[in-house]
Write a protein that binds this ligand. Structure first.
Ligand code: NI
Length: 235
């Protein structure tokens, strides 16, 4: 009896934690968030979006922008407000080069643990940093680690942000070599995929090298590269 109650309590706690700290995965409680998360471009067309989180970095992000310019490939950058304030010139170049800017919060907080008001402040501060640097206000935003709960989703909606996660995680931060990253992404990519990568981190050079190989490989398979918003409008 006591054991049964203890087990029940454990299950209730686990379900509660799952509901509260829901991350960037598909799950049965998506209904509670009214389906407002965009995980793919929601199209069967052979388009894919490369997305880069956690920048800008003053050295690595321009190096990646050089590769994207050489290959004439658009991408989407989910940048952090604090880094954007430190490196406004890089933010301006991202926009000038024809890429899309997305909001990745100001300080990369785990939003399920933040009050809705703090989430709104994180988004608004980042919008201001991006607008000051590049004169644009992002339409898309991505919560750090994909972490969200219903209150997070509502806060994004109040700031008129489309909440975008991903369906292909390159896992580039785990330190695999560039060829392994390319193979992993190609294996998982489907029409309409949104691919998650990180060029700004320590070791981001490997991600940049992978992108240099990935873009021609995707094109050889018939995929066109698009920004998240342009690809979604195609849907
Ligand atoms: Ni992030």
């Amino acid at each position: 009896m006591v054991l049964g109650l203890a087990l029940l309590a454990v299950i209730v706690v686990l379900v509660g934690l799952y509901l509260l700290f829901y991350g960037g995965f598909d799950g049965p409680i998506e209904w509670a968030m009214k389906g407002r998360t965009q995980r793919t471009l929601e199209t069967q067309a052979k388009v894919v979006a490369l997305t880069f989180d956690d920048g800008p970095d003053p050295v690595r992000t321009p190096a990646l922008l050089d590769v994207l310019a050489e290959q004439r490939a658009p991408a989407t950058f989910f940048v952090l407000g604090d880094a954007a304030e430190m490196h406004p010139g890089v933010i301006a170049r991202i926009a000038r080069d024809g890429h899309e800017l997305g909001n990745h919060t100001y300080s990369h907080r785990y939003l399920p643990l933040a009050r809705s008001r703090s989430v709104e402040r994180e988004l608004a501060q980042t919008d201001r940093a991006i607008a000051t640097a590049a004169g644009v206000i992002p339409k898309v935003a991505r919560p750090p680690w994909g972490g969200r709960r219903p209150g997070t989703v509502r806060a994004f909606a109040r700031l008129a942000k489309r909440l975008v996660t991903w369906d292909v995680n390159s896992d580039d931060w785990k330190g695999a070599p560039a060829d392994a990253l390319v193979a992993r992404v190609l294996e998982r990519t489907r029409p309409g995929s949104i691919i998650l990568m990180h060029e700004a981190r320590t070791g981001g050079e490997v991600t940049i090298e992978a992108v240099r190989k990935l873009i021609p490989a995707l094109r050889a398979r018939g995929y066109e590269l698009v920004t998240v918003s342009a690809g979604t409008q195609l849907a």
